[in-house]
Design a protein around this ligand. Structure first.
Ligand SMILES: [Zn+2]
Length: 170
């Protein structure tokens, strides 16, 4: 089953990227290693936890998503966009890969990272779902890691979501 990623929900199919299940697991592993290393602000930690929820094994089924549906906050839009571009660069530079017990297929992952880098770069404030952050927070259980100090996996160092550690799970 491919997983589909796009900038906006309304984007035509040729602008989406489709990634296999195994590719999606590895892509999320390396994005989370980089994001957990780089996240400094509350909104950047939230973005990282949101990504971690897209855990194909434990999370919400098919794991594609639209970048416009991430929990963007108007006041930190530009900084968070720069953060996510930097996350794709850090993932390309294999940040944290030594924590994995396998060797990610760099040749296969690089085109995906390039797609995400460009997509984050191209995203405009008008593309964003203005209610995504509010409704995501409203749906959280009180014990959600994002409401409890952003705990990390002791083994992999990445932020946990309600699914647990995406790397342990995959
Ligand atoms: Zn882990």
């Amino acid at each position: 089953m491919p997983n589909y990623f796009s900038i906006r929900r309304s984007d035509p199919p040729e602008e989406r990227i489709s990634i296999s299940d195994r590719g999606t697991d590895a892509l999320m592993n390396i994005l989370l290693l980089a994001a957990s290393e780089l996240a400094e602000t509350e909104s950047q930690k939230r973005m990282t936890v949101w990504l971690a929820e897209h855990d194909r094994k434990r999370g919400r089924g098919t794991m594609g998503f639209c970048i416009a549906e991430m929990p963007w906050a108007a006041e930190s839009f530009a900084a968070d966009k720069r953060f996510l571009v930097a996350v794709t660069d850090a993932a390309s530079q294999q940040t944290g890969w030594e924590k994995l017990d396998y060797r990610p297929n760099s040749d296969a992952l690089m085109p995906m990272l390039r797609w995400f880098r460009k997509a984050f770069f191209r995203l405009q404030p008008a593309d964003v779902n203005p209610h995504a952050l509010e409704s995501w927070l409203a749906d959280m259980e009180p014990d959600d890691p994002a409401l409890n100090g952003y705990p990390r996996c002791p083994r992999h160092g990445i932020y946990l979501s309600w699914c647990g550690c995406q790397i342990c799970n995959s």
